[in-house]
Every structure is written in C-alpha cells, then in structure tokens.
Design a protein around this ligand. Structure first.
Ligand code: NDP
Ligand code: MG
Length: 387
C-alpha cells in the first residue's frame, strides 16, 4: 500500500468535521487530511491544522485579518480544497447550499465525495449525475446515516446504467426512519409556537444548529427523501418515511420478493463517516459503543403526523416537481431557519415562508448551475421579506 489516502475535509470545525477527525485519528495508516476548511471559526481551524498539518488550509471568511502563510481565504478555497491533487476523498461537511460548487467540482475532478452536505444533492441532483457520468470516476458516497443504512442494505446491488448516482435494481421500497425530533408528541398549536431552546433540544442526535432545527420541523426528512431519490434513482412513490423514536434502525430496504433488510446501530455519526471513507470495504474499528439489543428495547415505529409537520410534504412535493423546485425549497428553508435562529420568525412561520417561496418560484424549470443559483438567491430574498 502506498501510504494513507488523502482526505479534503470541508467544514472541519463543525459537528461532522469533528466526528471525522475522531474517526481518522483511529486509522492513521489508512487516512490523513490533505486539506481542511472552515467558515469563520479560525481558532478551531488553527488547532486542527496544527494537529493534522494538511497541505492546504482554507478559511472562507477570515474577517480581513492577516492569515498564516499558506492559508487561502474566500469561497474559492472550498473548490481549491475539493480538487486538491493530494486528496482522493473529499468529505463535504459544510452546511447548506454553500457546499454545492465544491461537491460538483470534486465529482467533476473524479474524486470520491463522502457527502454529509445533503443540500448539494437536493439543489443540484441532476447536475451532479451529469458531472459524475462525464468525469469517468467521480462518485458520491453518502454520510447521512439513513442513506449509509440504505447503501449497506443494498450491498452488492449498486451499479449498472439506471438513474441515480448509485443506481440500484430490485428495490420495491425504501423505508427511511425519522426520530420525530423534540416535537414528535406535541400538539400542532404548541409546535407552531415552539421556542428556539425547545427546537435545539434533539432527543437522540447531537448536531449543528441548522440540521437540529430541520430535524424538529422534519425539513431534514424532506431533504433526505430527495437525497435518496437522487442517490439511488428510486421513484418518489417508492420512498416512505416512518417515525422511529429510538434512532436505532437507520433505514430499511424492501426487495422485489417482499423481504426487508434493515441496518441498526447506536446513534453515532462515526459509523457512517467510517463506512463512507472505506466503502466498499468495512474497516475494523472499536470507537463506537457496541449495540445491545436488550438495552435498546423496545424499538417502536409510528406514522408521520403530516398535519403537525407540513414541511415534510412541501419538500417532497418540490422534489417530485423537479427543475429548480428542490433548490427553492432548500434555500427557502435555509433562510427561514436562519430567521428562526435570529428570532425574527416563529417556528410555525417556517413552513409558511417555504410555501410562499414555492408558490412564487417553484415552477422554474432550468437545472443548470446559473439557473439553480438564481432560484436559490430569489427564494432567500422572498423569505427575508416574508411576514
Ligand atoms: P455544523 O454547523 O456543525 O458545521 C458546519 C461546518 O461548515 C463548519 O465547519 C462551518 O465552519 C462550515 N461552514 C458553515 N457555513 C459555511 C459556508 N457558508 N461556507 C463554508 N463553510 C461553511 O454542521 P453539521 O456538522 O451538523 O452539518 C454539516 C452537514 O452535514 C450538513 O449538511 C448536515 O445536514 C449534514 N449532516 C449532519 C449530521 C450531524 O450529525 N451533524 C448528520 C447527517 C448529516 P465554522 O465552524 O467556521 O462556522
Ligand atoms: Mg440523516
């Protein structure tokens, strides 16, 4: 073997970025960090850079202060890191559509993208598929736990010429699990008035703020249904969501003969990160607590309460509509969540703001990069003005 594989870690200072550093620290013979980026958290990036000594360090928003020699700054450094010659794998752990161009550049450059940044696929699914085909080697392997579970259930069945980035045959149905978030059992009226600290209090996962709010509104599950469709090419009417409060069953695949395979494990993102880095191999690892079926009991399943969580239906409808609609859904959601985080929009205002943006912009059809970026920008402005 010719030394450890280089990884470009985009979003090194976030929840997934820190998880990836823990995982890689247990596998120094297999992996090293060739490039690392952050948005504005310079102290955390300095610590990571001193520890891993990557060839490229990028701070997107350095606030104008002078940077250490060899660091790059500005949005361009995401694409620079994503196409760095020392990196065979790009772990995109940036939050939001800001990660789109880096994913696209990495796929086009023939890299393996270990993708946490699901927003990339939601916004630019068709674009990414075209880029992967044209690159002859560019590949997306999901880090999202549900999609990692689907991929693991599908072992040996991925490949061929069908639609999707990882085309599959013989699938009758995907059953994607959702924890239900902190408001799973709340009355609809109470959910609409939920406070920030309630939304950030996730019952089973510890994550960045944006995805934690998305998990409370089930916008995250809408993004994941679209992500599953783009990744595996399975039609929307064969992708279902079920609420599973314990977050032990990470998703299930029903095959053509009616048999169902599920993937289980304790809720830790270390497992899907490791799987995406090593795919299709499984690497020996002892970093995550062992699964104990008795201690995890009981495992329960419930239907989604669509009336209480309208954002899920809005997002899946946008996915079915195609064109720029998923990009509008994503951008409107990002803008609405950021307003909820800064206190200028109620929790119940999130689906209202998204619906209004989709009504105005959802029938835009172009799916090339300029059209998607324009739809994204227009949706953000509408949500900013939403009252
Ligand atoms: P965090 O908010 O914890 O981290 C985000 C990272 O991206 C930070 O390193 C941040 O830098 C950087 N960043 C933020 N904005 C920008 C930008 N505009 N341009 C470049 N870099 C930026 O998020 P998470 O780690 O929770 O999530 C990352 C992605 O992974 C999301 O797409 C999320 O949906 C997905 N994901 C996360 C899971 C989790 O368990 N956390 C589970 C499944 C998916 P800085 O620190 O400097 O601000
Ligand atoms: Mg997930």
């Amino acid at each position: 073997m010719s030394g450890p594989t280089g990884i470009a870690l985009l979003g090194a200072t976030g929840s997934i970025g820190e998880t990836a550093q823990r995982v890689v620290s247990r596998h120094p013979d297999r992996f090293r960090f060739a490039a690392m980026t952050a948005h504005g958290n310079r102290p955390a990036l300095e610590i990571a850079a001193a520890r891993w000594k990557p060839s490229l360090v990028g701070l997107v928003n350095g606030g104008g202060a002078p940077l250490p020699a060899g660091w790059c700054h500005g949005r361009e450094c995401l694409v620079q890191a994503a196409t760095h010659p020392d990196a065979a794998i790009v772990l995109n752990a940036v939050v939001g559509a800001a990660g789109l161009e880096a994913t696209l550049a990495a796929v086009s450059a023939g890299k393996r993208v270990a993708l946490a940044n699901k927003e990339s696929l939601v916004v630019g699914g068709a674009l990414m598929e075209r880029a992967a085909r044209a690159s002859g080697g560019g590949q997306v392997v999901p880090v999202d736990s549900e999609h990692s579970a689907l991929l693991q259930c599908l072992a040996g069945r991925v490949g061929g010429d069908g639609p999707g980035l990882l085309p599959v045959a013989g699938v009758r149905r995907f059953i994607i699990t959702a924890s239900g978030g902190p408001f799973r059992a709340w009355e609809s009226e109470r959910i609409r008035g939920a406070r920030l600290e309630d939304a950030l209090n996730h019952p089973t996962w510890s994550m960045g703020r944006k995805i934690t709010v998305d998990s409370a509104s089930l916008a995250n599950k809408a993004l994941e249904v679209i992500e599953a469709h783009v990744l595996f090419g399975v039609p929307y009417d064969r992708i279902e969501v079920v609420v599973h409060p314990q977050s032990i069953v990470h998703s299930m695949v029903e095959f053509e003969d009616g048999s169902v395979i599920a993937q289980l494990g304790v809720p830790s993102m270390e497992l899907p990160v490791l799987y995406a880095l090593g795919y299709p191999d499984r690497l020996e690892d002892h970093g995550v607590p062992r699964f104990d079926p008795v201690a995890s009991s009981p495992l329960t399943f419930e239907p989604v309460r669509h009336d209480a969580f309208p954002t899920l239906g809005l997002g899946v409808a946008a996915g079915r509509r195609g064109g720029a609609a998923p990009a509008v859904f994503n951008a409107a959601n990002e803008a609405a969540v950021s307003r909820f985080l800064d206190g200028s929009l109620s929790f119940g205002g999130i689906p209202g703001a998204i619906e209004s943006a989709l009504t105005r912009l959802g029938d835009r059809s172009g799916d090339d990069l300029p059209a998607l970026l324009a739809a994204d920008a227009a949706a953000r402005i509408l949500v900013q003005e939403f009252r």
